[in-house]
Design a protein around this ligand. Structure first.
Ligand code: ZN
Ligand code: ZN
Length: 168
């Protein structure tokens, strides 16, 4: 959604409320439903803020055991809204998560801010459980399903070096 903030800039309103659904995407995760985006854009004496909360159900894979993990991704974020040209490119590049820039005709690309937040903010690693034991390195069985009987004794790294020397 692109919001025309000129009524705010002209002081005709103090805030613009947002409440809508938006399809989102990020790497390594499936979003079967749209994200629910709720928030507002406010202006206090020329200081404009965008405050948003988004939530979207996700389906991802446990990084250790590859089991399907379902959950709800939630994120709150805020941006200081600045007019086009008021900050240098460097300032903006260094603070992508701080500023949202208005287009030249006074519109704010809220969808773009949400999309960026999801891409950058969605966890790179999802686990089915913090203590997920992962897969057996030998047979590939999910360890949480029980012992597979494989012998996977950890060798002390110092002994491993010694063993290598002896093997040669
Ligand atoms: Zn797992
Ligand atoms: Zn095994």
């Amino acid at each position: 959604m692109t919001i025309d903030v000129k009524p705010l800039l002209r002081g005709e309103v103090n805030s613009i409320k947002l409440d809508y659904m938006l399809p989102v995407e990020a790497e390594g995760v499936r979003f079967d439903e749209n994200a629910h985006v709720v928030g507002e854009i406010t202006d206090r004496a020329g200081y404009m803020r965008l405050v948003l909360k988004l939530s979207v159900p996700y389906v991802a894979e446990c990084a250790r055991c590859l089991d399907e993990v379902c959950g709800v991704y939630e994120e709150d974020f805020e941006r200081t809204v600045v007019t086009n040209g008021s900050l240098s490119d460097e300032q903006l590049d260094e603070n992508v998560d701080e500023y949202a820039v208005l287009s030249e005709n006074g519109e704010l690309d809220v969808d773009g801010e949400v999309a960026e937040t999801v891409v950058l903010g969605f966890p790179k690693k999802i686990l089915c459980d913090e203590d997920c034991p992962g897969l057996c390195p030998k047979c590939g069985k999910r360890k949480k399903e029980g012992d597979c009987g494989c012998v996977t004794k950890e060798i002390d790294p110092r002994l491993a070096v010694l063993k290598k020397l002896l093997d040669n």
